[in-house]
Design a protein around this ligand. Structure first.
Ligand code: ADP
Ligand code: ZN
Ligand code: ZN
Length: 748
């Protein structure tokens, strides 16, 4: 047998996890050692024993084998959170095709500066009445930060400093004068309170309805029986999914285990986070992308030491080093933000499943509009489906939705962005002093061309995705490279009213002010929220009734309860329908359903107006009738017919190089390798019913949407196959070619 070497990292929290050291694995330790194993190794000149973790096992010696020292011992029982995370990194590297170094940097928190972890809490000695008076005064004087802090103190009695500086965005310049006036004090606690006891102390909870109880019980029974699985909690907007998560979480926490809750950053608002704090008090910690790496590290340290039991955050919270993880919750599992844009381009859903399996933990995915991926798994029985079909609040009903055909509006001479019906409802709503949200669906927006007479967007005849208008006036398909000059007339109906589409939020704000001069208008988009905290400030102002109309992009449809909103207008539902992407129908449905879910959350009934050039499109129809099943059937048959995920697996390979010639050559080599593997594996599927692919379907290489960036050229190759393993083989073969270009892989 040849030699076996272990690459180990000696200090996992060190910046340079990319510096593994190589050791020989002695005969006696083989079979006992695996990726993630804690080992002890002789280190440095004095050969002092150090604890290390195995990050890779290989038969390749990196230096003269005679100079490689041997691993001293393996701690077989020492599997810790770090071990699990390192094994997870290994899996991510294999699954998503990154380097081990990139994967390690993703899963291990990196220490930046050493500082003591201390836990600060904001407290007050003032009686409630006085707090209330001060709060009102702050409100009157528009001291927003101050007001937020007083509200939180009234709400919770005391406020964890993390919450104040994070979600509440309270800075030292706000705290200092308040401290000086003796209103508050900031305590630095040395002894941490027992999280379980503060858990008991918290009171607020609602009585679950029958459906909620059944969902929570399904998990609890499996958990108690020792085999929690994966669940898809599919519940309409406002059906009370969060209450169900909290019920499940409580079971796990009571058992002494920990919980990770993933919430998309955009929905990680004060309102949302507060619900968890109220229920679980100091057991909770929150991370978000505004934290520095050092702050994030501190939070992870607290988790590792057992000082907190619940971590809430976006994607990266998945790597919280809890020693005894019992449950992972992923809210809004369909969100695109759960997929990393950087290598390893992991999907949090899959990676969470892996981590949960390692830890023996449960995984709960929640959504009002489950991803096709998750729902099809649930239908196949891989996930257990839990359903909530009704709104949780008794007086709250789903809004009534109307679809307005914008082609009709054009025909009857209305060229305004507001249909007559929407104008009418807006006037009525303003008269009743209720609130309106106007939503412009710019998600995945790109410059496609559509016809204002028939509503058709110009599409690629080969790929059925919208063509993108380039500056040179040509229309191009980003999947296959098909290209035509911009036509003068609509190819479907001959109308001359075709044009690039797109109206910005700013323009809409202008038009709204002009048409409803009496209304107070707020706008929320990238421009108005780029300032730190701008996003929450605008939402808070709207929530406080400081405006009648809120205009915004998809940012406004997430995670917020505005009881006074009774009208939601979707100005151009089709925008996202024409994104050059096979999943645009799915995203359109999701976003429209969420937008519709914003109306009528309080006691007044809500109305939704969806304006569209394509009222017959199933994504719009299904969203209008809140019919997820109908949407799922239509969309899945489209994916099956055109071979898109999740009907088939799709491997996307992006190659880039500053030398165009080299890139072209390499792309050709990639395609040949893919064809070779595809053909070699022809046999496996042959003999099945006709129509089944027998080999890989290869598209491209095509130029990337933006072909040249900073003098780097980029090409993309798509490979589709029903058998995921064959795609993995293809990827492996392409990696083995060691082409002189930079490769990025994505698997769906
Ligand atoms: P979802 O996450 O499914 O959109 P939420 O958990 O945010 O729903 O619940 C929507 C609203 O209904 C919240 O204000 C919540 O407090 C309330 N709610 C949830 N469950 C119940 C219940 N069983 N009884 C009364 N109100 C409830
Ligand atoms: Zn037309
Ligand atoms: Zn095409």
């Amino acid at each position: 047998m040849g030699e076996l070497y272990a690459n180990v990292i000696v200090d996992i929290s060190h910046e340079r996890v990319d510096r593994p050291f190589q050791y020989r694995v002695p005969e006696a330790l083989r079979g006992k050692i695996q990726v993630g194993s804690p080992v002890s190794v002789p280190f440095g000149a004095g050969n002092r024993r150090r604890k290390a973790y195995v990050v890779e096992l290989t038969d390749r010696a990196e230096l003269d084998p005679a100079k490689i020292k041997a691993v001293a011992a393996v701690d077989e029982n020492g599997f810790t959170a770090a071990s699990q995370l390192i094994s997870l990194a290994w899996w991510m590297k294999e699954r998503y095709g990154s380097t081990m170094n990139q994967a390690l940097k993703t899963v291990l928190p990196v220490k930046e500066k050493i500082r003591p972890v201390e836990k600060k809490t904001i407290r007050t000695d003032l009686p409630r009445e006085e707090l209330e008076t001060l709060r009102r005064e702050a409100e009157r004087k528009h001291f927003r930060a101050r007001e937020r802090l007083f509200s939180a103190l009234l709400d919770m009695g005391e406020v964890p400093f993390d919450l104040a500086s994070g979600q509440l965005r309270i800075t030292a310049s706000t705290l200092k004068p308040m401290e000086e006036k003796g209103w508050i004090r900031v305590d630095r606690d040395q002894v941490y309170r027992n999280p379980i006891s503060s858990l008991k102390a918290s009171g607020v909870r609602v009585e679950l309805n029958a459906e909620q109880r059944a969902a929570a019980d399904a998990f609890k029974e499996d958990y108690r029986a020792g085999h929690p699985g994966t669940y898809l909690l599919y519940g309409i907007t406002g059906s009370g999914k969060t209450e169900v998560y909290m019920e499940m979480m409580e079971e796990v926490l009571r058992d002494g285990r920990q919980v990770i809750v993933l919430i998309p950053e955009i929905a990680l608002t004060y309102q949302t986070v507060m619900r968890f704090y109220r229920r679980f008090g100091n057991a909770v910690s929150v991370i978000n992308s505004r934290l520095s790496r050092g702050e994030r590290y501190d939070q992870f340290e607290r988790a590792r030491k057992g000082e907190i039991q619940v971590m809430i955050g976006p994607r990266s919270a998945l790597f919280t080093p809890f020693e005894n993880l019992g449950l992972i919750v992923i809210d809004e599992e369909q969100e695109g933000a759960y997929k990393s844009e950087l290598a390893p381009r992991y999907h949090a859903r899959e990676t969470a499943a892996r981590r949960a399996a390692m830890a023996g933990a449960g995984l709960v995915l929640g959504s009002a509009t489950p991803s096709l991926e998750a729902y099809s798994r649930a239908l196949r029985g891989e996930y257990r489906l839990l359903r909530l079909t009704e709104r949780a609040k008794k007086d709250s009903r789903l809004a009534e939705t109307e679809v307005v055909d914008l082609r009709e509006e054009l025909r009857s001479g209305n060229r305004s962005i507001f249909s007559r019906r929407l104008q009418e409802l807006m006037e009525e709503t303003l008269e009743r002093k209720e609130q309106i949200m106007l939503f412009i669906n710019r998600r995945g927006y790109s410059s496609f061309v559509s016809c204002r007479s028939c509503g058709e967007a110009l599409k690629c005849p080969h790929c059925d995705v919208s063509l993108t208008l380039h500056r040179n006036g040509r229309l191009k398909c980003h999947y296959c490279g098909y290209e035509i000059p911009m036509p003068d007339r609509c190819p479907s109906c001959g109308s001359p009213y075709i044009a690039g589409f797109g109206t910005g939020t700013q323009k809409i704000e202008e038009l709204t002010r002009k048409m409803f001069p009496q209304a107070r208008v707020l706008r929320m988009d990238m421009d108005t929220t780029s300032r730190k905290g701008g996003h929450e400030e605008i939402l808070a102002a709207f929530g406080d009734g400081e405006a009648d109309i809120l205009i915004g992009t998809q940012m406004i449809v997430k995670g917020h309860d505005f009881p006074r909103v009774t009208l939601v207008g979707v100005l151009a539902a089709d925008l996202s329908l024409h994104a050059p992407d096979f999943a645009c129908g799915e995203r359109t449905f999701q976003i429209l359903t969420q937008a519709a879910g914003r109306a009528g959350r309080g006691e007044h009934a809500g109305r939704v107006v969806i304006q569209t050039y394509m009222p017959e499109h199933y994504s719009i129809q299904a969203a209008a009738s809140q019919d997820y099943e109908m949407f799922y059937e239509e969309e899945m048959s489209y994916r099956r017919m055109l071979h898109y995920p999740p009907a088939v697996g799709m491997l996307t390979i992006a190659a880039s190089s500053p030398k165009e010639e080299v890139l072209i050559q390499a792309a050709r080599g990639m395609r040949e390798a893919a064809e070779r593997v595809g053909t070699e594996n022809m046999g496996e599927d042959v003999g099945q019913e006709s129509g089944v692919r027998t080999s890989a379907e290869i598209i491209g290489p095509v130029d990337a949407p933006v072909y040249k960036v900073n003098d780097i050229y980029r090409k993309i190759l798509y490979i589709k196959h029903e058998n995921y393993d064959i795609l993995l083989k293809i990827r492996e073969q392409i990696e083995k070619l060691e082409l002189p270009v930079l490769l990025g892989f994505d698997m769906q």
